[in-house]
Design a protein around this ligand. Structure first.
Ligand code: HEM
Length: 484
């Protein structure tokens, strides 16, 4: 641990340990360790051990030549992490993807909402528009998602019973469900299959996302391909041209069907062209990109919980649905186990694990034991899984504890659940950068579990952790033995 001078908030002010190494070779070494030699958890764990500190200096990928400056101060515990939510102290301009930003040619030439800082007036205007868009459509959430899930489970069952596959990709089924739900929600309940998109929507978004996010990914190929992969995807950014035809098809479909929403945007003072690119980004990057990974993550942990847990969920779900005479918001609120499981999945494996911000001024950040000074303009990086698996906050932090958030004591821990770029106990607002889909996402995850355990008693599966979350394959489904 480096030198200590003053005491701040009872914590010694300590120099931030860690080193960046040579500007070029140091960054390349860190990125090879991160992706190939150690893997991301071990990369940070090794540095915590080496420097005996949870606030450290390191380079973050992609580095040369995509990011001009890969140097960050990494926050790796639950106490220091929330400085990233204090918008008076940190700036979130162009940092959505970290130390680089894909060209705005991916988004019609606009810097869309998620790249704007709270000090930019356009952020408040667009965020207010999104918050009200979601609020105005809240009556649609339940019926729309229930219909979408009916199709999703039929697809899974068909694949399972098909002699050809005999297994079903959960990821493929929930990708379509996430896309269809968002498209219908934003486009006046229009079925995307009845537009020029047909069933291609998810693939078009995947292509567009891939070219923006490739520098942060690895395909997990055999070792001999590592350096080739690294060179190909992290040396120069992919031009937006590669995704242009996919994006244009999406643009056409959203423009043709989101008329009502575009009128709402114009009434809110947002110019039509800026609105449509923002709507597509929200639907495709923020919402589809998050949800399509969220459901497999949820089902991976529920699956690992085993048959006993499945029985308990089914019992809770079926008794409350029976009492309420169907799936209702009130009933969902009463499902203590279902609610806790959704929070626990988001705690143990947050869908968006990296958060970035720049210090607006010289700031002091506290960890459990020390305080540190971060200088104005320095990039701050939070590795969320280490904040939400902090063993000084959560008992058995590395384990999936289904009932962790049940009861008064459990609920006290919700302030440490931060998947939405803010605390679970706080709300998205025009003046912060918290996800405006926060409550919708939680609702959809609960409904997913409810619909699943109304239909099935249990399931078997295999999974593989891939680029941005687990790839889950369902190998068997046991139909519900009791009805409600
Ligand atoms: C599981 C699904 C989702 C996850 C994990 C997720 C996560 C996040 C996170 C971490 C951020 C902040 C990024 C940052 O600045 O560092 C964010 C921002 C945002 N999310 Fe979500 N989100 C999800 C779903 C949604 C949905 C369904 C919507 C809309 C219906 C949405 C709309 C947005 C928007 C517009 C922003 C930018 C907010 C701002 O600039 O102030 N997200 N989301």
């Amino acid at each position: 641990m480096a030198s200590t001078n003053h005491i701040i908030n009872d914590k010694p002010l300590t120099t931030i340990p860690g080193s960046y190494g040579h500007p070029f070779f140091g960054a390349i070494k860190d990125r090879h360790d991160f992706f190939y030699h150690q893997g991301r958890d071990q990369f940070f764990a090794a540095k915590i051990k080496k420097y005996n500190s949870t606030v450290i200096r390191t380079n973050m990928p992609p580095g040369p030549f995509i990011s001009s400056n890969p140097r960050v101060v990494a926050l790796l515990d639950a106490i220091s992490f929330p400085i990233l939510f204090d918008n008076s102290k940190v700036e979130k301009r162009n940092v959505l993807d970290g130390t680089f930003m894909p060209t705005t040619a991916f988004t019609g030439g606009y810097r869309v909402c998620a790249y704007l800082d709270t000090d930019e007036p356009a952020h408040a205007a667009l965020k207010t528009f999104f918050i009200s868009t979601i609020a105005k459509r809240k009556e649609l959430f339940l019926p729309l998602f229930q219909n979408t899930l009916a199709e999703c489970f039929t697809e899974i069952e068909n694949n399972l019973s098909s002699a050809k596959t005999a297994t079903a990709s959960l990821n493929d089924a929930v990708s379509s469900a996430s896309f269809n739900f968002m498209f219908r929600l934003l486009c006046n309940n229009k079925d995307p299959a009845e537009t020029k998109l047909g069933s291609e929507g998810p693939k078009l978004f995947d292509t567009w996302l891939l070219f923006q996010l490739a520098p942060l990914a690895t395909l997990g190929l055999p070792k001999i391909f590592n350096y080739i992969e690294d060179f190909l995807i992290r040396t120069v950014p992919f031009p937006a041209l590669f995704a242009k035809s996919s994006y244009n098809k999406l643009h056409e479909a959203f423009s043709a069907n989101a008329g009502k929403l575009l009128e709402e945007a114009e009434k809110a003072g947002i110019e039509r062209n800026e609105a449509i690119h923002n709507i597509i980004f929200m639907a495709g990057f923020n919402a589809y990109g998050g949800l399509k990974n969220q459901f497999p993550t949820l089902m991976k942990w529920v699956g690992l919980g085993g048959e006993k847990l499945h029985k308990e969920i089914a019992a809770e779900v079926r008794s409350i649905v029976k009492e309420e005479g169907g799936i209702t918001l009130k009933g969902l609120e009463r499902m203590a186990l279902v609610k806790s499981i959704v929070y626990e999945a988001m705690r143990i494996e947050p869908a968006v694990p990296y958060q970035y911000a720049k210090a607006r001024e010289d700031i002091i950040v506290n960890s459990h034991d020390n305080s540190f000074e971060i200088k104005k303009g320095e990039m701050i990086f939070g590795y969320q899984p280490f904040a939400t698996k902090d063993s000084r906050i959560f008992e058995k932090a590395e384990e999936f504890v289904a009932r962790r958030f049940v009861g008064e004591d459990g609920e006290k821990l919700l302030k440490y659940v931060v998947w939405s770029n803010g605390r679970e106990t706080e709300e998205p607002a025009p003046e912060n950068k918290q996800c405006p889909g926060k409550n919708l996402v939680i609702l959809l995850c609960r409904v997913f579990l409810v619909e699943f355990f109304l239909r099935y008693d249990t399931f078997e599966f295999t999974y593989k952790n891939i680029v941005l979350g687990p790839n889950v394959t369902i190998t068997s489904l046991t139909k519900a033995s009791s009805t409600f």
